[in-house]
Ligand binder design. Structure first.
Ligand SMILES: [Zn+2]
Length: 200
């Protein structure tokens, strides 16, 4: 490609997306350029709508449409005494699909990491988590972060932050494969990790 700065910029941005490198980014950009009306125009509109209309709930950390309430916080009539801490909303969907757990969720929106891609500690909404534990009279906090170094570091940080609440904290069992991300686990592994969770 002959150094057209708009194209270079889009390739640079797209290659930052998960699973994509510069080569696939180039193919995507070419596809967009060749399908302006069918793809580029509606995609630009959809991106603007996501940017302006979707945000994180400041209470539980899930994604919500700005024009509606939060599904996690507002539409549940059930009262629970557990909160499950997950990294991403896709982890919540995986756990919900397995039917092993009934309770609230707290979505961290990532893990603490020293790299620029990691969340800052404020992003984890720890203050809100502590408020929720008190307000909802929570008995147990289940740490369901991934079995990666970042996931475990984040779990340890949360465990420390909750010291003064005296809430029971448990962690998914060691059956999780090392490096295992929650959203990629099969139901059997996930169910056994929940059943055998350990108090820490
Ligand atoms: Zn919420």
């Amino acid at each position: 490609m002959q150094n057209i700065s708009e194209i270079e910029e889009l390739i640079r941005l797209i290659s930052k997306l998960p699973g994509l490198g510069p080569k696939s980014a180039k193919r995507i950009v070419l596809k967009l350029i060749n399908n302006r009306e069918e793809l580029t125009k509606p995609m630009a509109k959809a991106l603007a709508e996501i940017y302006n209309g979707v945000s994180r709930c400041k209470n539980c950390g899930t994604l919500k449409s700005n024009s509606l309430g939060c599904n996690n916080c507002e539409s549940s009539n059930n009262k629970f005494n557990k909160i499950c801490i997950v990294e991403n909303i896709s982890d919540q969907w995986t756990i919900e699909n397995s039917n092993i757990y009934q309770g609230y969720y707290h979505i961290l929106g990532g893990t603490i990491s020293s790299s620029n891609n990691g969340s800052s500690k404020q992003d984890l909404l720890i203050d809100s988590l502590i408020n929720r534990i008190k307000k909802e009279k929570i008995d147990e906090v289940i740490l369901a972060t991934s079995a990666t170094i970042e996931g475990q570091t984040t779990a340890f940080y949360i465990q420390n932050s909750l010291k003064d609440t005296n809430v029971k904290i448990s962690k998914l069992a060691q059956g999780l494969p090392i490096g295992g991300e929650i959203e990629n686990l099969d139901d059997g592994t996930l169910i056994s990790a929940f059943k055998n969770r350990k108090k820490i």
